[in-house]
Ligand binder design. Structure first.
Ligand code: FAD
Length: 530
């Protein structure tokens, strides 16, 4: 049987049998990919049999039947790329064993894949616009740009193979959403005609309009958009990282851990549950307390709430940054009998002993308090990624130094920033990025054309606070805490828990995210001209 490694993580081979699976596991493969239709030959094992044997051996399985007589067209190659990305996931050690009858079809498909438009452009190392980060803000900006000017060459630089709808992770942790529905392949969200460069950026060189990739490739641009989001610094709290996902320690801030939150909530019948909120800024100002409310609601519904004491440790001095929303949120803190500890910062976790240590500011003094827990939900401290922090693009705090209204870099005028990484005072939410993306598209194109910047950002951010399973307090506000409701009060009153707002959070906003925001369909934005 012909076997040919085409790269370190991809091998082309002839037909496999179910008996080959244990050997392939031993050889370090993590996935089997079948490119052969069933029934080409009488003795040929069916793909379903191979899939079952692969899964039983702990291997992933992907299938894309290709006829040997046909040259795979571009759509098929893109589907193949998606399957490969899915099989690899975020696993740096992933290795795919791809087979057809003789290995020939795999080799041809692999070569054609490498020649897809995105890869050709990388070889050119030069784009009109480079967007660093293919998360919420990066993809939305790419879509808004290409829609306005289809002739632009745009590259999105993104190392991850998967794209997540993070706002629904709170619902996953509350047992109200499937984690799988929050994940799609990065290839599937990449706008058509935008080149995906599947790498991480390791350095910004704005003085000569270039960036550097991890493989030392230098890419140049006419305009740059920085969209790297925030880094989750679980490692900043000693003892935390090694106990995440066990010993009752969880976080809705990770795709793999959000289901563990719900598992813990369901399993807890009595004891102590502690929830933490880090110093600002962090993604979604309301997400730490959403975890508190949805857990308490589930315990109340199971009538175990009196046996569970709940503590919420907030590193800052207030329950929520915009004071108008505090009364309604405090009413839930009281209803669920939550012990709210302000100015209380998590500094250490001991998973085996099940203790969490806090640094508390009490009457001008610092106290160290160690608490026993049965469940600990942690929201980690967050910062701009190192590559931004250590670049000439950063402000004193390490975030991208942009003008808060135009979102243009204060020094490098061909650089813009979108999403969580920018050093502005708005709430770091996907709702904010949705509004910023078209503004950046307009202002960036104006910069390229040497026109005045036409649009300004008002700091809009939206935070749907899930106060009960079935009810949301929809906090929408801009710079300086200015209230900015999107709906008339009779539809959604932002100061009252609302079932309509829950429906919006659970069904409406994910739909808008995948089908409008990431596609450049700019609905209900009310953009402001300068
Ligand atoms: P991200 O979407 O995080 O994307 C950043 C991308 O940059 C990533 O894909 C990353 O891989 C990439 N990247 C990083 N470094 C590099 C590099 N060196 N080179 C290339 N690429 C790089 N928002 C709401 O609007 N409503 C909510 O209810 C809400 N709830 C939330 C609940 C939770 C639990 C969480 C975690 C977030 C929530 N958010 C909510 C916030 C929202 O998800 C973020 O604000 C939004 O995703 C920010 O978009 P972004 O593009 O800035 O960052």
């Amino acid at each position: 049987m012909s076997v040919e490694p085409l790269s370190a993580d991809f091998t082309a081979a002839g037909q496999v049998t179910v008996d080959d699976m244990p050997r392939l596991v031993k050889e370090g493969y993590t996935a089997i990919l079948c490119l052969r239709p069933d029934d080409e030959e009488p003795e040929q094992p069916k793909a379903a049999e191979i899939a079952a044997a692969a899964e039983a051996a702990g291997l992933q399985f992907g299938l894309l039947p290709m006829r040997s007589s046909e040259r795979p067209h571009e759509d098929m190659l893109r589907r193949l790329q998606n399957i490969i990305n899915d099989l690899k996931g975020d696993d740096a050690k992933a290795r795919i064993y791809a087979y057809c009858r003789s290995g020939g079809r795999v080799r041809i498909a692999y070569d054609l894949l490498r020649a897809l438009p995105g890869r050709k452009h990388v070889a050119a190392h030069k784009f009109d616009v480079v967007i660093v980060g293919g998360g919420s803000g990066g993809i939305a900006t790419a879509a808004s740009l290409i829609k306005r000017r289809p002739e632009l060459t745009i590259a999105v630089i993104e190392p991850a193979a998967a794209h997540y709808y993070q706002p629904a992770w709170t619902l996953v942790g509350g047992g109200a959403y499937s984690k799988h529905a929050t994940k799609r392949t990065e290839a599937s969200v990449m706008p058509k005609d935008v080149n995906w460069v599947h790498h991480a950026v390791t350095a910004f060189r704005p003085e000569n309009d270039t960036i550097l990739l991890e493989d030392e490739t230098e890419i140049s641009y006419k305009a740059l958009v920085v969209a790297t989001g925030l880094r989750l610094n679980f490692d900043a709290i000693p003892g935390l990282e090694e106990t995440l996902g066990k010993n009752g320690v969880t976080s809705n801030y990770r795709y793999d851990l959000a289901p563990y939150t719900w598992e813990l909530v369901q399993g807890l019948k009595a004891g102590k549950a502690i929830f933490t909120q880090p110093p600002a800024p962090f993604k979604c100002a309301g997400a730490p307390q959403k975890a508190v409310y949805l857990s308490c609601d589930a315990w109340a519904k199971r009538r175990v709430n009196d046996a569970i004491s709940v503590e919420f440790d907030v590193a800052g001095p207030a329950l929520f940054g915009v004071k108008d929303f505090v009364p309604v949120l405090m009413s839930y803190i009281q209803r669920y009998k939550v012990d709210l500890q302000l100015n209380s910062k998590l500094v250490h976790v001991d998973g085996d002993a099940k203790t969490a240590t806090f640094e508390r500011q009490v009457a001008g003094k610092t106290e160290i308090v160690t608490q026993q827990f049965d469940m600990l939900h942690v929201v980690p401290p967050q910062s701009a990624p190192k590559v931004v922090r250590e670049s000439a693009l950063a402000n004193a705090e390490g975030y991208l130094a942009v003008d808060p209204q135009t979102l243009q870099h204060i020094t490098f005028k061909n650089v813009f920033g979108v999403g969580d990484v920018i050093g502005t005072s708005n709430a770091k939410t996907a709702a904010a990025a949705r509004k910023q993306a078209p503004i950046i598209a307009e202002n960036l194109l104006a910069t390229m054309d040497s026109r005045d910047l036409p649009y300004i950002y008002d700091g809009y951010g939206g935070c749907p606070l899930t106060v009960e399973n079935g009810k949301v307090v929809l906090a929408e506000f801009g710079y300086g805490g200015k209230l900015m409701p999107s709906f008339p009060k009779w539809i959604i009153n932002g100061f009252k828990p609302s079932r309509v707002a829950w429906t919006l959070k659970k069904y409406g906003l994910p739909f808008i995210y995948w089908n409008a925001m990431l596609k450049g369909r700019e609905i209900m934005l009310g953009l402001k001209r300068r």
